[in-house]
Write a protein that binds this ligand. Sequence first.
Ligand SMILES: Cc1ncc(C[n+]2csc(CCOP(=O)(O)OP(=O)(O)O)c2C)c(N)n1
Length: 295
Amino acid sequence: MNTIILSFDKIEGGSMKHYSKKLIARLNDNANQLRIDALRMIYERGAGHPGGCLSCSEIISALYFHYLKIDPQRPHWEDRDRFILSKGHASAILYAALARRGFFDIKELQTWGHPNSRLQGHPDRLRTPGIEMTTGTLGQGLSIASGIGLAARLLQQKWRIYILMGDGECQSGIVWEGAMMASKYCLSNITAIIDYNDVQLDGFCHEIMPLEPFIKKWQSFNFEVVEIDGHSVKEILQALDVTKEIHDRPSVIIAHTIKGKGVSFMENEAKWHGLAPDDEQYRQAITELKGEKNG
Ligand SMILES: Cc1ncc(C[n+]2csc(CCOP(=O)(O)OP(=O)(O)O)c2C)c(N)n1
């Protein structure tokens, strides 16, 4: 039977690493900046996926500004951690993080989606420094991660593979094929993170194709399951720590999030899955984000 940590409250005060308020505040600021960057990109391009960018901002911030072992000067550094944005439609937030970490100039974000840009609507590993895997066709990330995880084991490499998936994405069968493989080979170097915002392309996941009992599903695939508030930087960091200490099976972090988080009129609205704001909506969104600091 797997250990299931249903809530981080239960392990507070245990052997959890302490993260300073200063670091957490910085990562929250970074998350907010990424939201602003991504919305600006979507607004200027007149297309993109705001809802699913805003729901994973803290996750991307925690990974890119603290957790991942990466070197922007050496995107192909052999010992780097690998990150796969399996929900590739949220590319704007990933490009923003890569730019802010120094993989390329911030100004290049303005070219996002242009025909000759290195930054295409969906991530392309052959074009963009820091993009580990070409994604956009949902569902493939975990299978790819499993292949990379197996390769790391065969090569006796210590780097880890992190993958971010959507909950709507988990309605695809291939996700569970990837889970079977990760489980068969006990790939403890894989941490999957699910952005569980309960909204997919045009409605609520729980109405269109319910995922529950989600924890039990992952448990039955022999994954270590950690469930957190996906907008709490502290819980994200601690969950990542927990999964690093699992040595006999893969892990999944189920991160409860709000689609469109931070912009009142976008929150929990499927309409904002793939829609760019108009002038007035953009102004309001940025005003809200500039006034907001998440706790
Ligand atoms: C295989 C495949 N089918 C359909 C789509 C179209 N599509 C793009 S985003 C999306 C919904 C994804 O929902 P979710 O995974 O929950 O993403 P999030 O809410 O985190 O943005 C769909 C169906 C796709 N990209 N790939």
